[in-house]
Design a protein around this ligand. Structure first.
Ligand code: PLP
Length: 399
C-alpha cells in the first residue's frame, strides 16, 4: 500500500513551479512587484478594497489587533473551536482572549451564546469559519455593533467561501459585516504560499497602518517641516525614512507571492474538487451508525462552502473504541486523520494565565470529544476517496 493519506496537503503543479522559478531568476526575491500584484488579485477575488500580504495568518491577526488599537484592558471574544493563533493575537497586544460557545451544527460561534457571554470591555469578536463553513456574520455583527465592538473574521479555513443573506450572495472578505478578514496560505489550507497570510479590509486607515506595521513601522514619503537644525531632519534625501510606530518584519516574499498568484488561478478548481470529495463522503457515510457527517447552518449554503476540513463526529462509546484506536485502525488502512480542535481555553497556558476551567464552553468540549478530520485535498484520486470510505466503514462496523 502507498503511504498514508494525510488529512490535508498542498497541490503544486508545473505552473506554480514556473512562477516561482521566474522570480528566483529576477532582480527581486522580496519587496518586488509580485507582492502588489498578488494583493490586487486577491482583493479583487474576494471583493475587498485593500489586501495586505504577510508572512502568516498569525501575523495578519496580530496586525488586525494593532490596526484596531486593541491592547491592555481590552477583551476579545472568539470561538474555542479554532487554531491557537485566533486567540493568541489578543494576548500578543496585552488584551484578554475570551471565549464564547459554538453551536452544535456548524461548530461556529453561536450568536445566542455570544450575546450571553458579552461583558463590558469587549472590543472585538474574532469569528471563525470552521472547516470552511461561513459563520453567521450578519448575526454576529448585529450583536457586536450594537455594543460598539468590531468584527474580525478569521477565514483561514475558508478562502473562496460565500453565503446567502436576505437574497444577496456575500463572499468572506467581501461583505459588510466583517471589518477585517484574515486568510492563511499554510500548505494544509485551501491555497498555499508555503507560509503566508492576508489581511483584507475596506477601511483605508486600518489598511495603511497594517501595511506600515508589516515592515518595521517605517514610512517613506515626502515629509513636511524638514530643514531644521535637528540632525535627523536637516536634509531629506533619497535615503530618508521615518519610523512612526513600532512594527515588525511580517513581509511575504516575492517568491511566495508568485506562488500565491499561480495558486489563486487554480483556486476554483481546488474548491470544486474539495466539494466533489465532500459530496462522495457524505453520500457514503451518512447512514453509518454512530457517525455524523458535517452539518450546515444558515447563512451558509452547501454549494458555497470551500471545505478546508472534512470532520465527522463519532460516538466512540457506542462503537466501543477509543478515538486513539479508531485513528490507529484507519492508519493501518492507509488513512491519516487528525483532531480539530482542543478548545483553546483548556490549554495549560490559558488556564494559568486567565484562570479558565473545563466546563466554560460545553458544546465545544463535547464536540472536541467526538470530532475526527478525514483526508481532504484536491490531489486525492477517486481511488483515494474510495480507500477512505471503505476504511471508515470497516472501522465503524468491526467492533
Ligand atoms: C491555520 C490557521 C491560522 C494560522 O495560520 P498561519 O498562516 O499558519 O499563521 C489561524 N487561524 C486558523 C483558524 C487557522 O486554521
Amino acid at each position: 500500500m502507498s503511504a498514508s493519506l494525510p488529512y490535508g496537503r498542498q497541490s503544486i503543479a508545473a505552473d506554480d513551479l514556473a512562477a516561482v522559478l521566474e522570480v528566483l531568476q529576477s532582480a527581486f526575491l522580496t519587496n518586488g512587484p509580485k507582492i502588489e500584484e498578488f494583493e490586487h488579485q486577491f482583493a479583487a477575488r474576494v471583493g475587498a478594497k485593500h489586501a495586505i500580504a504577510v508572512n502568516s495568518a498569525t501575523s495578519a491577526l496580530h496586525l488586525a489587533m494593532r490596526s484596531a488599537g486593541i491592547g491592555v484592558g481590552d477583551r476579545i471574544l472568539t470561538s474555542p473551536n479554532t487554531f491557537l493563533a485566533t486567540a493568541n493575537c489578543a494576548a500578543y497586544v496585552g488584551a484578554r482572549p475570551d471565549f464564547s460557545d459554538i453551536d452544535p451544527v456548524s461548530h461556529n460561534l453561536d450568536p445566542e451564546a455570544l450575546q450571553k457571554t458579552w461583558t463590558s470591555n469587549v472590543r472585538a469578536v474574532i469569528a471563525v469559519d470552521y472547516a470552511g463553513q461561513p459563520c453567521d456574520l450578519p448575526a454576529i455583527a448585529g450583536i457586536a455593533r450594537e455594543k460598539g465592538a468590531l468584527v474580525i473574521d478569521d477565514a483561514s479555513h475558508a478562502v473562496g467561501s460565500a453565503f446567502m443573506h436576505e437574497g444577496g450572495r456575500w463572499s468572506l472578505g467581501g461583505n459588510p459585516w466583517a471589518d477585517m478578514t484574515i486568510f492563511s496560505f499554510h500548505p494544509v489550507k485551501t491555497m498555499t504560499t508555503g507560509e503566508g497570510g492576508m489581511l483584507v479590509t475596506d477601511n483605508l486607515k486600518w489598511a495603511t497602518l497594517a501595511r506600515k506595521l508589516r515592515s518595521h513601522g517605517v514610512e517613506r514619503r515626502v515629509f513636511e517641516g524638514l530643514g531644521s537644525s535637528d540632525p535627523m531632519l536637516s536634509e531629506q534625501g533619497p535615503w530618508y525614512y521615518e519610523m512612526q510606530a513600532l512594527g515588525y518584519n511580517f513581509r511575504l516574499t516575492d517568491l511566495q507571492c508568485a506562488l500565491g498568484i499561480s495558486q489563486l488561478r487554480r483556486l476554483d478548481d481546488f474548491i470544486a474538487r474539495r466539494r466533489e470529495i465532500v459530496g462522495a463522503y457524505n453520500t457514503a457515510l451518512a447512514e453509518l451508525e454512530g457517525l455524523q457527517i458535517p452539518g450546515i447552518r444558515k447563512p451558509a449554503v452547501e454549494n458555497e462552502i470551500s471545505w478546508h476540513l472534512y470532520t465527522v463526529e463519532i460516538d466512540y462509546k457506542r462503537i466501543g473504541k477509543t478515538r486513539t484506536r479508531v485513528m490507529a485502525e484507519l492508519g493501518d488502512r492507509g488513512v491519516g486523520s487528525q483532531v480539530h480542535y482542543i478548545p483553546i481555553y483548556l490549554q495549560p497556558w490559558y488556564r494559568r494565565q486567565f484562570g479558565y476551567q473545563p466546563g466554560k464552553c460545553p458544546t465545544a468540549e463535547s464536540y472536541y470529544r467526538r470530532t475526527l478530520s478525514l483526508p481532504l485535498f484536491p490531489a486525492m484520486t477517486s481511488a483515494d476517496v474510495e480507500r477512505v470510505i471503505e476504511a471508515v466503514q470497516a472501522v465503524m462496523k468491526e467492533v
